[in-house]
Structures are given as C-alpha cells and as structure tokens.
Design a protein around this ligand. Structure first.
Ligand code: DAT
Ligand code: MG
Length: 147
C-alpha cells in the first residue's frame, strides 16, 4: 500500500490542530499506520529540508521546525501521496484554496501548519529518515474495501 510522511508542524501543534488534521485524513479514508509527537533535532531538520539548503529561508525553516514539538505521521492508502498534497493546499496559505488545511488555517508561508511528501521518491526518503521500520505498523481494516 502506498505510504506518505505527513507532519503537523510546531505551529499546528501549538494551535491545537493535531486532531483536526488527523480527522481530515481519517475521514477521507486513509489509514494511520505510524505516529509520534517529537522534538526535532537540528540534524534531522537539516536532513529533512536538505533540498532547500541554499535558499535564503533555510536557517529560519530549521529554527522553526526545531522550536517546539511536531506530530510526525505515516499515512497509507491509494494515491495518498498526491491526494494528501491536494488536501494540504499550496505551500503559501495565501494562495491555498479554502477547504484545504493550509487554506483554512494558515496565514503566512513560514507557518503553514503541515508538511507532506511531494513525490514517491520524497516519501521513501522522508519515511526512512523519520521512522524506524518497527514504528510503522500494518493492520487490516475492513473499511478498506469500502473506500
Ligand atoms: P512544501 O512544504 O509545500 O513542500 P517547499 O518544499 O517548497 O513547500 O518548502 C518547504 C517549506 O519551506 C515550506 O513548507 C515553507 C518554507 N518556505 C517555502 N518557501 C518559502 C519562502 N519563500 N519563504 C519562507 N519560507 C518558505
Ligand atoms: Mg516540500
């Protein structure tokens, strides 16, 4: 089953949006197969955002993601990587459609509530960076055949 890495960023955790965000993916029909609330180390933050190392906002991004706990999750389901990106909305909440997580709850690009892997390659890389194999479960839900 396709899997993706989704994270409620420090702003989302501080604002009490963990339940709301989990609920959206649950109601859509996806399956939560791994989750943990954690403080992010600088090393992990820099590895996670390595593709943005040369961008002017890289330092701020790493400061932000390490500033307070994040809620890291693994979600599974058909097409979950791309659909989760649609459900999150555009990177800049000002441009994100209403009805998306960033469109409904975000205001500025620096604090856009949620992260989600942007491709199969990113999902594979990020899942191995954030989760040990034994932290990702697999369990049957009879619901799966109804969605
Ligand atoms: P996404 O999170 O939608 O995959 P991204 O990978 O381009 O977006 O950027 C990673 C994060 O970096 C993004 O969620 C917020 C921050 N960011 C992106 N562009 C920015 C900018 N122009 N100024 C400040 N922060 C930015
Ligand atoms: Mg990205």
């Amino acid at each position: 089953m396709e899997k993706t890495f989704i994270m409620v960023k420090p702003d989302g955790v501080q604002r009490g949006l963990v339940g709301e965000i989990v609920a959206r993916f649950e109601k859509k029909g996806y399956q939560l197969v791994g989750a943990k609330l954690m403080h992010v180390s600088r090393d992990l933050a820099e590895a996670h955002y390595a593709e943005h190392k040369e961008r002017p906002f890289f330092g701020e991004l790493v400061d932000f993601i390490t500033s307070s706990p994040v809620f890291a999750m693994v979600w599974a389901g058909e097409g979950v990587i791309g659909t989760a990106r649609h459900m999150m909305g555009k990177t800049n909440p000002k441009e994100a459609d209403l009805g998306t997580i960033r469109g409904d709850f975000g205001v500025s690009v620096g604090m856009n509530i949620v992260h989600g892997s942007d491709s199969a390659e990113s999902a594979e890389r990020e899942l191995s960076l954030w989760f040990k194999e034994e932290e990702v479960t697999s369990y049957a839900k009879t619901l799966n055949r109804w969605v």
